[in-house]
Write a new protein. Structure first.
Length: 118
């Protein structure tokens, strides 16, 4: 199933950042750096989900039908949630750029500078 391979590709990409780790609060996959979440990944009902902090490209991201401001008051801080429809191919490169931007926004400056802009 494409959702599984896309999920694993994004998970592996996020875990490749300096000091990145994985946690499973509320049964979801959280990618963290020094205890702070920089991406949430979900796969359920045949859909891939991603929540990231986009201080630079948030407005651009929101032009996509699959993206919306994140709930729980996170949108005020630039977080967006994506829920990709089942059966559609995800633009993995775009989602990786968003994960990288989110990492740079959340990580301590010394770690963030080790990740290049895409």
């Amino acid at each position: 199933m494409r959702v599984d391979s896309d999920f694993e590709a994004l998970r592996a990409f996020g875990l490749g950042f300096p000091e990145a780790s994985e946690d499973f609060p509320w049964g979801h996959t959280a990618l963290k750096v020094r205890g702070k979440t920089f991406a949430w990944l979900t796969k359920d009902e045949g859909k891939l989900g991603l929540t990231v902090k986009l201080p630079v490209s948030r407005d651009f991201a929101l032009v996509f039908d699959f993206a919306e401001p994140a709930g729980y008051g996170l949108a005020r801080s630039g977080w967006i949630s994506c829920r990709l429809p089942s059966g559609e191919s995800a633009d993995i490169d775009l989602l990786k750029r968003w994960i990288a931007e989110s990492y740079r926004a959340v990580a301590p400056k010394k770690l963030a500078t080790q990740v290049e802009d895409s």
